[in-house]
Design a protein around this ligand. Structure first.
Ligand SMILES: [Zn+2]
Length: 189
């Protein structure tokens, strides 16, 4: 069945994979979680890219050197896929370098981070996904080591930052930057 955006995407991509420029086995890829169908949330990609993005095939490191060019695409969907793939490849020097150079606007960055294939997300005590900039409520009085104060239950911590450890986030309590365990937090509006 033809995809809703087949024609537009064929035109936009010049009938080439928007990641690696292959002309073989192209198809529309809706970047998960895609929600409402939107042209900008779709990319035209080849089978080789698709199977690796979705985790069906193992990553072929050399294949993704194509991102050195396509990561600079003005198309937000391409940027998001590039960001996610570079993150997965970040053990490779060139991929980490490129990842560090990429700058995604905030809404795009949040979308990129919301990768369903990311199996190590940062979640609160209810299992709700946490992101940079979120506000959380502390659900238990917490002794904050090295500061001599207690972060009281009910305290709202705004603008948290994720850390490399999915069990920890950073935030400011009593004007002090501290590390909070996510199991004692609840996401709040
Ligand atoms: Zn491709």
């Amino acid at each position: 069945m033809a995809h809703l955006f087949d024609r537009e995407l064929n035109q936009r991509s010049g009938s080439k994979c928007e990641l690696c420029k292959s002309e073989a086995n192209l198809g529309v890829f809706e970047i998960p979680p895609s929600g409402e169908p939107e042209l900008l949330k779709c990319v035209m990609i080849c089978d080789a890219c698709r199977t690796q993005i979705t985790g069906v095939s193992d990553l072929d490191q050399n294949h993704w050197r194509c991102l050195q060019e396509s990561a600079w695409s003005p198309i937000s969907g391409v940027q998001v896929v590039a960001w996610r793939m570079l993150k997965r490849l970040s053990s490779l020097g060139w991929a980490q370098d490129l990842f560090d150079q990429l700058y995604l606007e905030e809404p795009l960055l949040q979308w990129a981070k919301n990768d369903p294939l990311d199996d190590d997300p940062t979640i609160d005590s209810n299992g709700t996904r946490l992101w940079d900039g979120d506000s959380v409520q502390i659900i238990k009085d917490l002794d904050v080591k090295g500061t001599g104060f207690v972060a009281k239950r009910g305290t709202i911590v705004k603008n948290i930052r994720l850390t490399s450890n999915p069990g920890h986030v950073e935030g400011r309590v009593n004007k002090t930057a501290i590390v909070l365990k996510t199991e004692f937090l609840k996401k709040t509006i």
